[in-house]
Design a protein around this ligand. Structure first.
Ligand SMILES: Cc1cc2nc3c(=O)[nH]c(=O)nc-3n(C[C@H](O)[C@H](O)[C@H](O)COP(=O)(O)OP(=O)(O)OC[C@H]3O[C@@H](n4cnc5c(N)ncnc54)[C@H](O)[C@@H]3O)c2cc1C
Length: 406
């Protein structure tokens, strides 16, 4: 192990990790290192050659690669060190990281660690679609790397399957590269994003089929069509030369799991308390490894918030780590982040519900006492937020409840 002890080692050089690095340096934390497995830091935006990125951070609309480059510049200008081609393979107790580098295995020690490994798209096999596996079937990440890294279009007229934010990113990428999607298909009854984004396919002249069942992908050698059962029960064939599967994202939590950090069944990412601490009190967590896809601006901001907590912890002003009652999401709610409150700490909970929701979100204690509540009216896959004030005494049990209207 090298003799140097870092104040903070950040695992992952995406918006969350880079935002945290710049903020830690701004707060006067001396030795900050970002560890990034790829050749270039910047995270997912490096491959998203379309806007909108950067409004919250730089007050302008940037493409993903321009945004990623600015994040790297900002972290370096603030005095953080960025080590690329460095994969973290294990987090050991006491702030020790095992690394795989181009010079072979190494170890590094830090007083605090920030885990910011982002999330990843699940493969087509996991989406259990029947039919052949001809050439031309890929997820959005593969499409982005064809377009932005190799500079070539893998098809001319694909079908996009999914309708979340990332599927819309696929539409935007296609449009910028002269690819004309033949259709967009959503297996659930409605578009899985805000109504305004849902207008995009129509605006681009791309037919949208919601509530459709995918019966199969056709083609020998290369994709030639997709067969659907539409919402009205009729069968329909769309001729195409490619299929883009999108929208199934899961936290990149393999490192957390292998290192023994407690994971949450709802998010599949590490569990944290309201200070951002994982089950190892030296390891904080930020960005999309905590939850399926939020925007880059949200993750950047979350990284900065966690940086402030880490700086406070290094200065000895964070409440001591202690067992906290878990927040339990009730029926209809998929997950909540953080998963535990801390006495005296106000926090905005990040939640997601099953399907479309309209009603009231309530944080309740024993005997039904309400500690926080908000009206909600949201599309599926839209994040819900609940502001919880600082509570000096936490009750032993806290439940999150969704009272649906209608
Ligand atoms: C196709 C697509 C389009 C999108 N379009 C938009 C958009 O238009 N606007 C917008 O605001 N947001 C968009 N987003 C969302 C945005 O990209 C994410 O919110 C943001 O990148 C999340 O930041 P992050 O730092 O949490 O994770 P990431 O950006 O995923 O960064 C994580 C980093 O950690 C590294 N890493 C992982 N494991 C290790 C390890 N063990 N050791 C070392 N390094 C590791 C990874 O290589 C990666 O660089 C899009 C996302 C996708 C997938």
């Amino acid at each position: 192990m090298s003799g140097q002890i870092w104040d903070v080692a950040i695992i992952g050089g995406g918006p969350a990790g880079l935002g945290a690095a710049a903020e830690l340096r701004r707060l006067g934390v001396a030795r900050v290192v970002v560890l990034e497995r790829f050749e270039t830091a910047g995270g997912i935006p490096r491959h998203c050659g379309h806007p909108p990125f950067g409004l919250r951070e730089f007050r302008r609309v940037l493409t993903g690669p321009a945004y990623a480059a600015r994040l790297v510049e900002a972290a370096e200008a603030a005095g953080a060190e960025i080590r690329t081609r460095t994969s973290v393979t294990a987090i050991r107790p006491g702030g020790i990281l095992e690394l795989a580098t181009t010079d072979g295995p190494q170890e590094l020690r830090a007083r605090r660690i920030l885990l910011a490994t982002g999330n990843r798209e699940t493969t087509r096999a996991q989406s259990l679609v029947p039919g052949m596996r001809p050439v031309g079937v890929m997820n959005t990440a593969a499409l982005q790397s064809f377009l932005y890294e190799e500079g070539r279009a893998p098809f001319a007229r694909p079908v996009v399957i999914g309708s979340e934010l990332v599927a819309l990113s696929a539409l935007l990428s296609c449009r910028r590269h002269g690819i004309r999607p033949a259709a967009m298909v959503e297996t659930r009854p409605r578009v899985q994003t805000r109504r305004a984004f849902g207008l995009l396919p129509r605006l681009f002249g791309v037919p949208l089929h919601c509530g459709a069942e995918i019966l199969g992908i056709e083609g020998r050698g290369r994709v030639s069509g997709v067969r659907l059962r539409l919402a009205d029960g009729t069968e329909h064939r769309i001729g195409c030369d490619g299929v883009i599967f999108s929208g199934r994202f899961t936290p990149e939590a393999a490192l957390a799991r292998a290192s023994g950090l407690a994971l949450d069944a709802g998010t599949q990412g590490p569990r944290i308390d309201a200070e951002g601490r994982s089950s190892d009190p030296l390891v904080f967590v930020a960005g999309n490894v905590l939850h399926p896809v939020e925007t880059a601006g949200y993750c950047w901001d979350e990284g900065r918030r966690m940086a402030r907590r880490i700086a406070a912890d290094l200065a000895g002003s964070l409440a001591a780590e202690a067992p906290r009652p878990a927040l339990a999401p009730g029926p209809g709610l998929r997950y909540v982040v953080p998963q535990a409150l801390v006495p005296g700490r106000a926090v905005t909970l990040n939640l997601r519900a099953e399907g479309r929701v309209r009603g009231r979100l309530v944080l309740a204690g024993p005997e039904g006492r309400e500690y926080a509540a908000a009206s909600v009216n949201a599309a599926p896959e839209t994040p819900l937020r609940l502001d919880v004030p600082a509570l000096a005494d936490l009750p032993a049990e806290l439940h999150l409840r969704l009272d649906r209207e209608g």
